[in-house]
Design a protein around this ligand. Structure first.
Ligand code: TYD
Length: 139
């Protein structure tokens, strides 16, 4: 599998339908919105202020991370470079390619972090130790 770097991970603008009287609607559709098909959706919520999530990498998984409500910061690390993204718009998603160490923090009150993932849950796809991650990245 190709090893990506943090500059391969970008904010995608999602389809947004606005109605003055009825609010907004955003669509994510397989085969249209994303470069991968979504097999799983999970979301983080009720994250206490000051808490940090993530601190792992995935070997094969691609993800789109969306601040469905509120805001938080995602820091990606490819072993050489770190890049932080502040997510606070439900119509934007951070496309995280495989092989990125990620940490999520600075959650606002009421934040909902929705993750669309390219595969079902598989603990074997995780790297949870940072030294193992650096070895995986040949650093
Ligand atoms: P984890 O991915 O470590 O969460 P975070 O990185 O946000 O802190 O997952 C936390 C727990 O939830 C862990 O015990 C595994 C479980 N889990 C599932 O069972 N299925 C899933 O799809 C996910 C993402 C986690």
């Amino acid at each position: 599998m190709e090893k990506y770097n943090v500059f391969d991970c970008t904010i995608l603008e999602l389809d947004r339908h606005h109605s003055d009287r009825k609010g907004n609607l955003t669509v994510v559709e397989n085969g249209v919105t994303l470069p991968f098909d979504v097999k799983r959706v999970y979301y983080l919520y009720d994250v206490p202020g000051g808490a940090s999530r993530g601190a792992h990498a995935h070997i094969n998984l691609s993800q789109l991370i969306v601040a469905a409500s509120g805001s938080f910061k995602v820091t990606l690390d490819d072993g050489n470079c770190k890049r932080s993204f502040f997510l606070n718009r439900p119509y934007q998603g951070l496309y995280v390619k495989p092989g990125m160490w990620r940490e999520l923090d600075d959650f606002s009150s009421g934040a909902v972090c929705m993750v669309l993932a390219s595969d079902i849950y598989d603990e074997d796809d995780y790297i949870r130790d940072y030294d193992d991650f650096l070895k995986y990245r040949n650093i």
